[in-house]
Design a protein around this ligand. Structure first.
Ligand code: HEC
Length: 103
């Protein structure tokens, strides 16, 4: 009985985590992020895996990156700037950033 409960809890946790990641990816696709970024390869902007690597262990990374995406960014990765995304909601930006940082 105890085992079943623990297993169920673990399965549910895994499921909800996967759902959040899928949402982040979907939102990135919907908001046009993927035209300049890919998960594993630099295109116009850095690959999301490189972003995750750069900010690994940085407790402020999530807030910083939400700001970067909403207000635009330049000079962090090279000479090409990222345009601002003022219409992206705070919640959607967070979901996308959480997904990026999980890669
Ligand atoms: C027109 C191309 C373009 C689009 C569209 C774009 N980006 Fe970027 N992105 C870039 C470039 C170029 C950089 C590097 C900017 C720099 O060096 O500061 C970047 C940087 C980033 C970074 C790292 C910022 C930092 O401070 O290190 C994140 C995270 C990111 N983009 C996420 C997104 C998300 C999420 C979206 C969609 C809402 C998006 N980008 C849409 C081109 C783009």
């Amino acid at each position: 009985m105890k085992h079943t409960t623990a297993w169920l809890a673990a399965a549910l946790l895994a499921l909800s985590a996967n759902a959040a990641f899928a949402d982040g990816k979907e939102l990135a696709q919907k908001n046009g992020c993927m035209s300049c970024h890919q998960e594993g390869r630099k295109v116009v902007g850095p690959s999301y895996k490189d972003v995750a690597k750069k900010y690994k262990g940085d407790a402020k990374a999530e807030d910083h990156l939400v700001e970067s995406v909403k207000k635009g960014s330049k000079g962090v990765w090279g000479n090409v700037p990222m345009p601002p995304h003022p219409n992206l909601s705070e919640a959607d930006a967070k979901t996308i950033i959480k997904w990026i940082l999980s890669l």
